[in-house]
Design a protein around this ligand. Structure first.
Ligand code: ZN
Length: 368
């Protein structure tokens, strides 16, 4: 099944509805966001099929990639159509940022800048020319629907809601959110991990791993952050004012990112002993939940080695993703072993990082 790669997991929105402590219009926005996302899921399947038909995968970089950055930011004009109209371009490649009075939210500019930073991160450090490695254009839609509490990559374009203004702020100002979503595209074009159970949690984790590296480098490329300096937070600033939360996820301390009476609490484990065995109906078997385990392994690997993560653990994770040996339904154990295999001089530290989150993840638990 083709994945829906929303930054806000459905179970978070569902929980807000069940708890029922938020204002009615926010609860309504949660329900309509869930409903609209289900609708979009069908579109995504069609996109994925055409993507599969168009080219062979995976793609491997064999030559020096040339910069083909090609961004277009559209105004979705608050429609919730499956394919928003492309009749209102806000910024095209090479165009100027738009003045604040034309878009007080600054969303279009943030999307445009976030695309460039994500693109340049992959090009500069991984010799990768856009999501597909072949310079695919980056299209973004801002102001999608009304009160839509999500942002996602649908296989062809990235779409941003405005948030509800109470629990969720907008989604364009977090570089790691854009990096996360576009990385789902990279995963699709390299090792399309099934979006359920352990392979789905690996898919989610890879999106966070590259999202956090893009944040560490891209928030201030002249003064990037080392593994020690990073806050390791994904979706910092996503929560509205007064929500008791630092971020959506915390790779350094999974399970501690938020705890709010209206929203619920962060359910991510950081160790295999707390792995949550969940049915497919719940977060596709815990893809946004159990991703805390490989997320924490990446944090540990980066800090054990030290320095800039995109020069240390990042390339090892990238090799595991692009080596052509990562199976569609890979387990945590298989992924860990691929990173160890590709660790070079850092093998001991990579092994130690995985060990600290429970590697080799117990025998006889394949059903997880
Ligand atoms: Zn995701």
């Amino acid at each position: 099944m083709a994945p829906i790669c929303c930054i806000i997991p459905e179970h978070v929105l569902q929980n807000i509805i069940e708890v029922g402590q938020a204002p009615q219009h926010v609860l309504d926005a949660c329900q309509s966001t869930i409903d609209q996302t289900k609708e979009l899921h069908n579109t995504r399947i069609e996109h994925k099929q055409s993507l599969l038909a168009e080219q062979e995968r995976p793609t491997f970089e064999v030559t020096e990639a040339v910069r083909h950055l090609n961004r277009t930011v559209y105004d979705a004009q608050h429609t919730s159509m499956r394919d928003p109209p492309r009749n209102k371009i806000m910024i095209e490649e090479g165009g100027a940022l738009i003045p604040k009075e034309q878009d007080p939210s600054y969303d279009a500019n943030e999307c445009y800048i976030g695309f460039q930073k994500t693109y340049d991160f992959y090009l500069n450090f991984f010799n990768r020319d856009s999501i597909d490695g072949r310079g695919i254009g980056l299209d973004g839609f801002v102001h999608y629907s009304k009160g839509y509490q999500n942002a996602f990559w649908d296989g062809r374009q990235m779409i941003f809601g405005d948030g509800d203004g109470v629990l969720f702020n907008g989604f364009t100002d977090e570089l790691d959110v854009i990096g996360h979503e576009l990385t789902h595209g990279v995963v699709e074009y390299t090792s399309p991990l099934d979006y359920s159970f352990q392979s789905g949690a690996l898919n989610e984790s890879l999106a966070d791993v590259f999202g956090i590296m893009i944040k560490q480098w891209g928030n201030d490329p002249a003064n990037p952050q080392t593994a020690e300096q990073s806050d390791w937070l994904i979706g910092e600033g996503i929560w509205g004012k007064g929500v008791n939360g630092r971020a959506l996820r915390d790779m350094k301390a999974p399970g501690t990112a938020y705890n709010d009476r209206r929203v619920g609490s962060d359910r991510q484990p950081g160790h295999w002993k707390n792995f949550q065995k969940l049915p497919l109906s719940e977060d596709k078997g815990g893809v946004h939940i159990n991703s805390g385990i490989p997320n924490h392994a990446f944090y540990l690997a980066s800090t054990l080695i030290g320095g800039y993560s995109w020069q240390t653990a990042g390339p090892i994770w990238y090799k595991a993703l692009t080596c052509g040996k990562l199976r569609q339904n890979a387990s945590f154990k298989e992924f860990a072993e691929l990173t160890i295999l590709n660790a070079g001089d850092h093998e001991d530290k990579i092994r130690e990082a995985w060990k600290q989150v429970g590697y080799p993840f117990g025998e006889g638990r394949d059903e997880l």
